[in-house]
Design a protein around this ligand. Structure first.
Ligand code: BEZ
Length: 248
């Protein structure tokens, strides 16, 4: 997973929409009393807590130490661990992951670790950015970088697979895929600037503070006709891929 220095406090405040969208994924997981569940990329632990409130015994892992601290402060058993380096063997009844796997292009490594971590009959339920995710935003970012080569170039390193592509990844490590689908879901955000502050640090890493300001304001100007209206405010053009797979 690329190392991201998450601002855990700001994330908890401003990325509430990520948690709200996770409720349906918990429904799909349908955790039962005393089941052992792994929350892969638990973040600050809000969804992990909801799963444990259903009676399941949950362990959270996240690559960010700050996020793990936040989860632990909520009473969750959580560890700093990369999703690419899971070393659990037949330990969990379910693995859950929300809004994380688009950060990790090495999807087969993650899928293999998840498969190994599950008991026979265990299930993997995940949702993350799918094909077409934030396409309007990415197009505008690419255009701006083309116009400003001094900013160092933009390489889209997010992993946004189609449902079929991800289904194949899961099948290649042995999963039986129960469902895999794409869900277009525009989500309200505070502003493009705020979204970039949360998620765009890597994109702006070669820019000076002055250039970052210019970049954010130009992007806002370009996206306003497409992702803003008076009634709804700003939104991001999210598209999710949602899967459920079983280790037979
Ligand atoms: C997402 O949740 O889809 C996402 C978040 C940050 C950057 C790109 C995508």
């Amino acid at each position: 997973m690329p190392h991201i220095d998450w601002d855990a406090n700001r994330y908890e405040e401003d990325a509430k929409f990520v948690r709200d969208l996770g409720d349906e994924v918990i429904e799909l997981l349908d955790p039962k009393k005393d089941e052992k569940i792994l929350d892969l990329g638990c973040g600050e632990g809000s969804l992990t807590l909801k799963i444990s409130q259903r009676g399941a015994k949950v362990v959270g892992v996240d690559s960010s130490y700050l996020m793990v601290e936040k989860s632990r402060a909520k009473g969750i058993e959580a560890y700093v661990r990369s999703a690419r380096e899971l070393d659990y063997h037949e330990r969990f009844d379910g693995v859950f992951s929300n809004a994380v796997l688009h950060w990790i292009p090495q999807a087969d490594e993650v899928a293999y670790g998840v498969y190994r971590a599950l008991k026979r009959g265990g299930r993997f339920v995940a949702e993350f950015g799918g094909e077409g995710n934030v396409a309007t935003i990415i197009k505008a970012i690419s255009q701006l970088f083309e116009e400003h080569p001094q900013w160092g170039g933009f390489e889209n390193s997010w992993y946004f697979p189609s449902a079929n592509e991800y289904k194949k990844v899961l099948e290649s490590v042995g999963f039986e895929v129960v469902s895999a689908r794409i869900i277009p879901r525009p989500v309200p955000i505070k502003s493009i600037e705020n979204w970039l502050d949360l998620f765009g640090e890597g994109i702006m890493k070669a820019m000076s503070e002055e250039e970052k300001k210019k970049f954010k304001s130009k992007l806002t100007e370009m996206l306003k006709p497409k992702l803003y209206d008076e009634e709804r405010g700003w939104w991001a053009d999210y598209v999710r891929v949602r899967v459920k797979a079983v280790k037979e």
